[in-house]
Design a protein around this ligand. Structure first.
Ligand SMILES: [Zn+2]
Length: 305
């Protein structure tokens, strides 16, 4: 094992143990998720419905239900199981479109123990499931879109790190990981210290939707402390960024919090970090407008890339 992997493993275990212990002390009951049958019965379930399918369930259930949902919808997908000494899980992969270049869109389906995991990250799973249905109906002609639903992101991007070791990952042009996409009115592309084809296409796409750079959308450099699945792609040399939605009213507080998170020990955490990894990360806090925002931005990016 490389030193870097060991560091990720120890950090993930520590944070998991700490948040698990804190959440176990919480008096808030877990939310009641939507049953699979109720969601499948809807012809065009919203990202919120899909998020409610997963929230409040154990990681084992989340993983199993996502596979059952894809199967029930008739989606063609691969089930990729991985197991290392760090942990095990299942990644799901579905592809649409056709073209020499492949853009990978990622959402992890696991959550930290004791958190319902609505904004982190059932919201992103819901957004990608909806997008997958829309893109399957009207595939992009010159681009292959690969939807990757990973396990064990909260264990140091374990699922994504397993995925990038597969031969299929070698043909990837770029990857984008969705994190915390259910609350807010501004877009942030992060871990983007230098311009890439992906960041350039993203900026062009959202400007076309009426966003203004540094006002309503932000391109942020390397983020300390926080991370996501795209970092597994970066490690093997594939251009990759994170995508998050943020409340504009909190922009300044968020900048301080994200770049100096230890301050949150003494100060109020700005939204959406007030619920992040806590028992309060529930679907009632999610905003359907945020889902629409991300969905529209992704569709514009797909046309642009
Ligand atoms: Zn997450």
């Amino acid at each position: 094992m490389r030193l870097r992997d060991a560091g990720l493993f120890v950090r993930a275990r520590l944070s998991r143990t700490l948040t698990g212990a804190l959440n176990a002390r919480s008096a808030i009951a877990l939310p009641v998720p939507l049953p699979l049958e109720a969601v499948v019965a809807r012809p065009d379930p919203s990202p919120l419905d899909l998020a409610r399918l997963l929230e409040g369930r154990s990681n084992v259930e989340r993983e199993a239900l996502l596979g059952r949902y894809l199967a029930a919808r008739g989606v063609r997908f691969e089930t990729e199981r991985f197991a290392t000494f760090e942990g095990a899980g299942v990644n799901y992969v579905a592809e649409v479109g056709g073209g020499p270049r492949t853009l990978v869109l990622i959402a992890h389906h696991d959550a930290v123990p004791g958190s319902p995991g609505a904004n982190d990250n059932a919201a992103a799973v819901g957004i990608l499931l909806r997008l997958l249905a829309r893109m399957a109906a009207a595939p992009p002609p010159r681009l292959t879109l690969r939807f990757l639903f990973t396990a064990a992101e909260e264990l140091g991007y374990l699922g994504a790190r397993a995925y990038v070791r597969s031969p299929a990952a070698r043909q990837v042009a770029a990857a984008l990981s969705l994190e915390l996409c259910g609350i807010g009115d501004q877009l942030a592309l992060w871990d983007a210290p230098r311009e890439t084809e992906l960041s350039r296409s993203f900026a062009h796409a959202v400007v076309g939707l009426g966003y203004r750079r540094d006002e309503t959308f932000h391109v942020v450099g390397r983020v300390p402390v926080f991370g996501s699945d795209h970092r597994a792609f970066l490690e093997v040399g594939i251009p990759a960024h994170g995508l998050t939605v943020l409340p504009g009213a909190e922009a300044e507080a968020l900048r301080r919090f994200i770049f100096k998170p230890w301050r949150s020990l003494f100060q109020r955490r700005p939204r959406p970090f007030d619920t992040y990894h806590t028992a309060r990360d529930r679907s009632e806090t999610l905003e359907p407008a945020a889902f629409d925002r991300v969905g529209a931005a992704l569709e514009a990016l797909i046309r642009e890339f």
